[in-house]
Design a protein around this ligand. Structure first.
Ligand SMILES: O=C(O)CCC(=O)C(=O)O
Ligand SMILES: [Fe+2]
Length: 305
């Protein structure tokens, strides 16, 4: 019997990001940062009390400060101010409706907020923190560089790369997320619109509209609570919330990625990027301590989102 030719047309399974338990500094830089390979790291956050966060705990500790929740497409989006505890309650209600078979309205996405800078009272919940994975320049007040995400099942961040061409360590705290990653060198196959967002959607590929995208080689990974994902500088990523999810990242530079960021001026990066990347280069590469740079860099934490 001749096997149906369809079997040869079946999509090759998407490549998975390697998973390692534990990571020391030398291995991280040698095997992953320098060769720009993504990796999922387990076993470095086991002691975090943040893994048990809930809405009552936020209510007791947030001190009345409201954060901007993005409505609609996060790459554009209007913002609505909300208490963290109010928003998490809204998310819990949303999840209950989904479990009930209803189709609730999109509850918005708390996206890219400098949460631990605004609420240092929560820092103890993410200690001990694996600072050994970061360049030493970031060690004093490491929590100031964190950007925070809280969202519902079905939350989506469309395909993009991080605007300063930073490396990214992404921490999953509550719930699960799926990442699709595309190597930086394949950016031009993704139909970029503006500096960093792509028109191509790797989870619903439309090869008629985007024929060049047939050439991309995506990777995939699902993050569980306590997981850390390393995304190399310039790598594109699309992010799907698979449940109610709380996560955060730190975007950080090495001397070499900060240079790349400064030089991105010649590839069409916005001029503010050159300002922030020059500050990082002066700090990480030039040895100027963070306490002198941070006051100028701080506005990036609101600019990025
Ligand atoms: O978690 C998300 O929805 C987006 C994450 C992201 O784009 C990032 O960490 O750079
Ligand atoms: Fe990103």
């Amino acid at each position: 019997m001749i096997l149906s030719n369809n079997s040869t047309l079946a999509k090759t399974p998407i490549k998975q990001v390697p998973i390692v338990s534990n990571m020391d500094r030398n291995r991280f830089y040698q095997d992953f940062v320098r060769p720009e390979k993504p990796v999922l790291i387990r076993g470095l956050t086991d002691k975090w009390s943040a893994l048990n966060w809930n809405s009552d705990y936020f209510k007791e500790n947030e001190g009345g400060l409201k954060l901007a929740v993005k409505m609609g497409d996060v790459s554009k989006g209007e913002r609505v101010p909300m208490l963290t505890s109010e928003y998490i309650q809204l998310l819990e209600l949303h999840e209950a409706k989904l479990n009930n078979g209803e189709t609730p309205d999109n509850p918005g996405y708390l996206h890219d907020v400098p949460f631990f800078y605004l609420f240092p009272q929560f820092v103890k919940d993410i200690e001990p923190f694996p600072t050994h994975l970061f360049p030493k320049w970031y060690w004093p007040n490491w929590h100031n560089y964190i950007q925070f995400f809280m969202g519902a099942t079905g939350s989506l961040t469309p395909l993009h790369f991080d605007t300063l061409c930073t490396h990214n360590l992404f921490f999953q705290v509550v719930g699960r997320k799926r990442f699709i990653l595309i190597p930086a060198e394949q950016k031009d196959l993704c139909y970029m619109e503006g500096w960093r967002w792509a028109k191509f959607d790797p989870s619903h590929p439309d090869y008629k509209r985007f024929p060049l995208a047939k050439g991309i080689e995506p990777l995939e990974v699902i993050l569980e609570p306590g997981d850390i994902l390393y995304i190399p500088s310039g790598m594109l990523h699309q992010v799907h919330g698979l449940s109610l999810s709380i996560s955060f990242n730190i975007d950080w530079h090495t001397t070499s990625s900060a240079w790349k960021g400064v030089m991105s001026w010649f590839k069409g990066a916005p001029k503010q990027n050159i300002y922030y990347n020059s500050l990082c280069l002066a700090g990480v590469g030039g040895g100027i301590p963070a306490k002198y740079i941070f006051p100028y860099y701080k506005s990036y934490l609101n600019y990025v989102s």
